[in-house]
Design a protein around this ligand. Structure first.
Ligand SMILES: NC(=O)c1ccc[n+]([C@@H]2O[C@H](COP(=O)([O-])OP(=O)(O)OC[C@H]3O[C@@H](n4cnc5c(N)ncnc54)[C@H](O)[C@@H]3O)[C@@H](O)[C@H]2O)c1
Length: 364
């Protein structure tokens, strides 16, 4: 395989320029061209990066720009047609989350990539972030005990999307993290939501994913909140984690806290819940931009002909959950059962929490 992978990016709106910056910064990658139907956006990128070609027609990028790989950062409704054209043109393809608008579209893209021996990667960015990698290591090492539940809140004012509701826009981040942490797919999905601003497009949703052994995860997503919130609480039988992604430092805090019911007492008067309040720890996190690691991973997979951590199968699992959530919204939150052929494989090797907690700060 040649030393530099040549890349073209389709979609230069809000998220595309971040991909442009990151692919531009990789040593073993050459960003050759960007493509957008909006010429103003092309002009903007060309002002920042005059050496990158600006193309208004996707066919020209796919057939004329001589790139090895294509990155798709358009609204979700265009993901399938653009990714299909890219794969059929023989390009390794990176698609922004969520992978496509339906599971049938995802299945077809996976099949085309497989048949043509091409790398297909979905940008589930948070799986490349150090807080999530650290949480997964801690959970998989068993240091929280059994997970009881996970609670996520991803709230802010806007940005309103026209083609997808807030669950399809924001919840993929939480869903990808939850599946990764629990290393399992949910059995049922419940979701309630309301469309207050754009008819038919829910701007507030509450989703619940049920897992084996009565565990569940709740995800609150909103474009209507005054404050930006990105929080996740993971409650285990032995310890708990609070992850606040908006903090610049100390994003994760591990609480040595639990409550237990004593096994047996003869009289009601003797009965006392046992509350344990221990130390809390802030583990050291290596600071690296997750999107940069995701972009590098895509390039590495092309060079080594290997399967990405967030491959088409992961993208399909996500879209199946989102489809189930949309079905549940239409039934006012009634449960929708998921059938899965395989379980999610662990992505990061488990490490004992004692080995990796380099205590940066301490609170008694
Ligand atoms: N991974 C993340 O954390 C993250 C964050 C934000 C957005 N995203 C994803 O990125 C994608 C883009 O989101 P956005 O907020 O940047 O959208 P956006 O609407 O701001 O930008 C999309 C751009 O694509 C262009 N476009 C549309 N159709 C096109 C076509 N057929 N050919 C070429 N260009 C076309 C538009 O002109 C626009 O400039 C979405 O899939 C979104 O879910 C991911």
């Amino acid at each position: 395989m040649k030393k530099q992978i040549t890349v073209g990016i389709i979609g230069c709106g809000y998220w595309g320029p971040l991909l442009v910056r990151n692919f531009k910064g990789l040593a073993d990658c050459q960003l050759k061209a960007v493509c957008d139907v909006n010429t103003e956006r092309l002009k903007h990128i060309r002002t920042l990066y005059p050496d990158v070609e600006g193309i208004a027609q996707t066919q020209q990028l796919l057939n004329g720009a001589n790139v090895d790989a294509v990155v798709i950062a358009t609204p979700v409704k265009h993901h399938y047609s653009l990714a299909k054209a890219s794969l059929l043109a023989g390009k390794h393809t990176f698609i922004e989350k969520p992978m496509a608008s339906s599971s049938a579209e995802c299945e077809e893209l996976i099949e085309i990539a497989h048949r043509n021996g091409l790398v297909l990667m979905i940008d589930h960015t948070f799986l490349y972030s150090s807080p999530v990698q650290k949480i997964a290591q801690i959970v998989q090492a068993g240091d929280l005990g059994e997970i009881r539940y996970i609670n996520c809140r991803r709230l802010n004012l806007g940005l309103f999307q026209k083609d997808i509701n807030v669950a399809w826009d924001l919840a993929p981040h939480d869903i990808s993290i939850i599946l990764h942490i629990l290393d399992e797919l949910p059995t049922t999905i419940n979701c309630q939501g309301n469309a207050h601003i754009t008819p038919g497009v829910e701007d507030v949703t509450n989703m619940s994913l049920s897992f084996s052994r009565k565990r569940f995860a709740t995800i609150q997503s909103s474009w209507l909140e005054p404050r930006k919130i990105r929080e996740m609480t993971i409650v285990g039988t032995r310890r708990m984690i609070v992850y606040d992604d908006l903090r610049t430092r100390e994003k994760i805090r591990i609480y040595d806290a639990r409550v237990e019911r004593p096994p047996h007492y003869d009289t009601f008067a003797e009965f006392q819940y046992s509350y344990h309040y221990g130390d809390s720890y802030i583990p050291y996190l290596h600071q690296e931009e997750p999107l940069k690691l995701a972009c590098q991973h895509f390039v590495d997979c092309i060079k080594t002909n290997s399967q990405p951590l967030t491959d088409g199968r992961r993208g399909l699992e996500m879209v199946r959950i989102l489809e189930a959530a949309s079905t549940s919204v239409k039934m006012n939150g009634a449960p929708v059962t998921l059938s899965h052929s395989s379980s999610a494989a662990p992505v990061f090797a488990p490490v004992k929490v004692e080995e990796m907690l380099q205590v940066e700060a301490f609170a008694g």
